[in-house]
Design a protein around this ligand. Structure first.
Ligand code: ATP
Ligand code: MG
Length: 338
């Protein structure tokens, strides 16, 4: 079987003049090397394609693959993660992970929260704004209480998240919203601040076959800038964060229920990660979902979960390919067939 590999290589974008932060979600040479190695060791013929611009060239040259292993994050727009899958669907080429609708929905944290909340999954109160004027219409202190957490609505990898994300009054809220609106030029999500424990759940599979393979508590060490998984805490995680496999059965059941309901209602496929956080009374909430979870074998959360539960990187990649391959020939429009 011939598998094409699509990815956004961080180094290439840095060479083009994009900044460290602009390329934060993109993949390292190492990730692509290990991914190709794992696929090769499973007996697949692997073709490195690259980003969407390379993909269009290959497609125009008439090249085709049995399956594309896609981890492109995209560069522009809130549907950026959906662009490569949309192109592949247009050419009727099977690919790994979620489809364009799911990828677009999940990248927009406010949209994802509305869908997940509708499915009865606990999610902290929130609103999103596109200008600071929008704040005037909000019933602060009544519909939603301080402290609040402020973040860009359309980013990942902790971009725009720092100690300043926690705001305690209207002035701080206004200042932080202004800062993010100017810097990221996208809606800002304001939600109830949850000060409790943080977890991330790894999922493999699709629909009814999806399973939580492991749950880690993300624990912040004394070097961490705050008890939040901020851009800097993620970047320097070796010194600042400790990951503990959750062993408490009751907690595992509760977290798995939230994670799987969110994953399924959003239509995620093959693998992903759901982030959860607790409030001061230990009640757990959905924070966000990552249908394109990082795949660096050592540094990314999903492979870290795998290594803690005894699943090798090669096994993880094999399960992703298997899950994607099972879709082949089935209607992509009928969720029950996924
Ligand atoms: N409402 C909240 N209350 C408290 N902390 C929060 C809240 N929302 C987010 N955080 C903190 O900020 C971190 C990053 O938030 P979130 O997961 O939404 O961003 P992200 O950049 O998309 O993450 P990822 O790298 O997983 O894609 C969370 O892991 C958590 O520590
Ligand atoms: Mg997250």
């Amino acid at each position: 079987m011939r598998i094409g590999l699509t990815y956004d290589l961080k180094r290439e974008y840095l060479e083009m003049g994009f900044s460290e932060e602009e390329t934060a979600e993109f993949d390292s040479d190492e990730t692509i090397y290990y991914l190709k190695e794992a696929l090769g060791s499973l007996g697949y013929e692997v073709v490195r394609i690259g980003n969407i611009y390379e993909l269009t060239k290959h497609l125009n040259n008439g090249e085709r693959w049995d399956l594309v292993f896609n981890i492109c994050e995209g560069l522009y727009g809130r549907s950026r993660e959906a662009q490569v899958p949309a192109l592949l669907e247009a050419y009727n080429i099977p690919y790994t992970f979620s489809d364009p609708l799911t990828l677009s929905l999940s990248l927009d944290k406010a949209m994802a929260k509305r869908i997940v909340r509708d499915a009865g999954v606990p999610t902290p109160e929130f609103f999103s704004i596109t200008s600071v004027k929008d704040l005037e219409e909000k019933n602060l202190g009544r519909d939603i209480n301080f402290p609040l957490f402020v973040k860009p609505a359309l980013e990942g990898t902790g971009k725009g998240i720092s100690t300043d994300s926690i705001v305690w009054d209207k002035d701080e809220l206004k200042k932080q919203c202004m800062k993010l609106l100017i810097k990221y030029r996208q809606p800002v999500l304001v939600e109830r601040y949850l000060p409790g424990k943080e977890f991330t759940a790894g999922i493999v599979g699709t629909g009814e076959d999806a399973q939580v393979i492991g749950i880690m508590e993300v624990k912040f060490l004394k070097n961490a800038e705050a008890s939040i998984y901020s851009y800097n805490n993620k970047k320097f995680y070796e010194d600042r964060v400790d990951y503990a496999l959750e062993k408490n059965k009751k907690l595992i059941n509760e977290i798995s229920k939230i994670a799987l309901s969110s994953y399924r209602v959003l239509g995620c496929r093959d693998a992903g990660r759901v982030d959860l956080k607790a409030d001061k009374d230990d009640r757990l909430y959905f924070i966000e979902i990552n249908p394109l979870a990082g795949l660096h074998p050592v540094h990314s959360d999903l492979p870290i979960i795998c290594s803690k539960v005894g699943i090798t990187y090669r096994e993880l990649i094999s399960e992703i390919v298997k899950s994607a391959w099972e879709r082949k020939g089935k209607s992509v429009h009928c969720l029950s067939l996924l």
